[in-house]
Write a protein that binds this ligand. Structure first.
Ligand code: G4P
Length: 293
């Protein structure tokens, strides 16, 4: 992706430092970390420091919003995370799909040793404690609400736990630590930021919406040509620029302004909205990096 025409996306290290301290201070209270990422961009939607921040704690990666992502790519991502030492499960917190696999993965894989140890010492019934982390908009609240459902209840205050954090009890077998504060994604990587902007995780205000839509259309034309063709009934070739594609969409949808010009801003809004709501089909924006042989 070419980034020369993108405005630099700003981020705020101060907030991050506070959250980082909070995570570090609370790691000792949990058995494992559950990191939620967006299935459409699993690396771009991670905090760059997550691995070092969670320092060797057992980890489960939840590939959320899997309803919007390409199944084949999601499976590749699951394999990728597994090969890098974390268990991974695809979920859809909107419909609840995949959530029944979360606790079995935690107890049977991520915390298997701990569970066996507890079994041996007669502590098998003790609840497992999980820290939930993820960048904004990735689906943390949706996950907690889904898992806890109507039974959602606060656990009593514990020593060492400040009131800003919240423990959510699932049943007697698990307690989730809902971390406050903001973990920023990889804003310093402009390509990662652009992918997040495609998904709507980053506000449109900081990016030029037409540029964004043109970049998305170019990506779709290369990686998901059939989806693009079917949705907008347009023909295109490799030669078409992002602007050509945007104009084709606008023309097809009758988005004109006086003088026969195409309203590319309206077309851009449409393309982004339709991508975000899944109307363009199930699309993944990045593939796992190749491991060095
Ligand atoms: P956060 O706590 O990490 O910030 O994320 P939150 O749960 O608030 O979710 C952010 C948005 O993503 C919400 O949409 C939510 O409905 C949506 N979402 C969460 N999980 C999934 C999923 O698996 N699939 C899909 N398609 N969407 C998901 P919103 O537009 O902000 O609100 P609304 O649509 O729920 O009204």
């Amino acid at each position: 992706m070419e980034n020369t025409d993108m405005k630099q996306i700003q981020w705020f290290p101060g907030h991050m430092a506070k959250t980082r301290r909070l995570i570090a201070a609370n790691l000792k209270l949990v058995d494992a970390v559950v990191e939620i990422v967006d299935s459409r961009a699993p690396l771009s939607s991670r905090n760059p420091e997550m691995d070092s921040m969670t320092k060797g704690k057992p980890r489960l990666v939840l590939l959320n919003k899997s309803d919007l992502a390409d199944d084949k790519a999601t499976q590749m991502w699951i394999n990728y995370f597994r090969s890098s030492g974390a268990e991974a499960v695809a979920v859809d917190c909107k419909s609840g799909k995949g959530l029944k696999n979360v606790m079995p993965a935690v107890k049977g894989k991520v915390l298997r040793e701990l569970m066996e140890k507890r079994e041996r010492s007669g502590m098998a019934g003790a609840a497992v404690r999980l820290m939930i982390v993820g960048i904004p908009n990735v689906g943390k609240s949706s996950l907690i609400n889904r898992l806890a459902g109507g039974k959602r209840a606060k656990v009593e205050d514990r020593p060492g736990v400040t009131r800003t954090k919240q423990w959510v009890k699932l049943d007697n077998s698990a307690e989730l630590l809902d971390m406050p504060g903001v973990l920023w994604p990889k804003f310093e990587d402009q390509n990662a930021a652009i992918r997040l902007a495609f998904t709507g995780a980053i506000s449109d205000d900081i990016l030029d919406i037409e540029t964004l839509a043109m970049k998305l259309l170019k990506y779709l034309a290369e990686e998901y040509p059939k989806s693009l063709q079917e949705r907008y009934k347009i023909e295109f070739t490799d030669e078409d620029t992002g602007l050509d594609l945007l104009e084709k969409v606008g023309r097809k949808r009758g988005m004109m302004i006086s003088g026969g010009e195409i309203n590319t801003e309206r077309a851009a809004i449409t393309v982004l909205d339709e991508f975000r709501s899944g109307k363009l089909g199930r699309i993944t924006l990045e593939t796992p990096p190749q491991k060095e042989k």
